[in-house]
Design a protein around this ligand. Structure first.
Ligand SMILES: Cc1cc2nc3c(=O)[nH]c(=O)nc-3n(C[C@H](O)[C@H](O)[C@H](O)COP(=O)(O)O)c2cc1C
Length: 201
């Protein structure tokens, strides 16, 4: 029996690395396989937002969060510069891609069709293959270039999902707050999520 196709999760260098990490964890809770791409700028953000610098490597940091990138694990870490990786080809089938968080730079490259890295190439491919592409855009305030790029990417088929957490579920921790966004990403990826708070007054 063939395996279910994996999800592609990319962390770019916007603030909010917690979104990408929580998304991968949630997918793993569902026993989904994940192809994970972390841009060079995203690593810098990890230094600022987490205790990443106290780990010898990215795989060691991820493993401590239950994200196992070792051989045989559910997560495969892809080199952001490797435009020859599987996710760079339309013939490679995946279940959907999320860029979480998505920087304005990565958004601009996607909107322009500038497939200069594995993240932007995989996003370009997702759009041409009409696969789900979710962009968890994060910047504030937004200038007209950002807004135009969101409009262009949306017209090309991307789901523009600003990293705007909600508060009506009374989140107690940063992770709970991030999950208010991550759970909406799971909904759009078609991943069952029994933990999600559902507004139903
Ligand atoms: C701590 C930190 C926070 C950042 N936050 C944002 C952000 O919220 N949004 C954004 O568009 N760029 C942000 N940047 C800038 C991006 O990292 C920068 O534009 C980078 O070139 C993006 O590269 P990438 O899209 O290839 O990952 C941040 C950078 C740092 C170091």
């Amino acid at each position: 029996m063939s395996e279910d196709p994996p999800y592609v999760v990319a962390l770019s260098g916007a603030s909010g690395s917690v979104y990408g990490l929580r998304l991968v964890s949630a997918l793993l809770s569902n026993r989904a396989r994940v192809l994970l791409i972390v841009s060079r700028a995203a690593r810098k953000v990890l230094h600022h937002e987490t205790d990443f610098s106290s780990y010898p490597s990215l795989p060691a940091f991820l493993l401590d969060r239950g994200i196992d990138c070792r051989n045989g694990g559910l997560v495969k870490l892809l080199d952001p510069d490797d435009v020859a990786a599987c996710a760079a080809s339309g013939s490679f089938v995946h279940a959907g891609m999320a860029v979480a968080p998505c920087s304005m730079k990565t958004l601009s490259h996607i909107a322009a069709g500038n497939a200069d890295s594995l993240i932007t190439r995989a996003a370009d491919v997702a759009l041409k293959e009409t696969r789900k592409l979710i962009l968890l855009c994060r910047e504030t305030p937004l200038n007209l270039i950002h807004l135009d790029n969101m409009r262009t990417a949306s017209r090309a088929g991307a789901v523009i999902m600003p990293a705007c957490p909600s508060f009506y579920s009374a989140p107690a921790t940063i992770e709970d707050l991030a999950d208010t966004v991550v759970y909406r990403v799971l909904d759009h990826l078609g991943v069952e999520n029994v933990s999600a708070f559902r507004y139903n007054p």
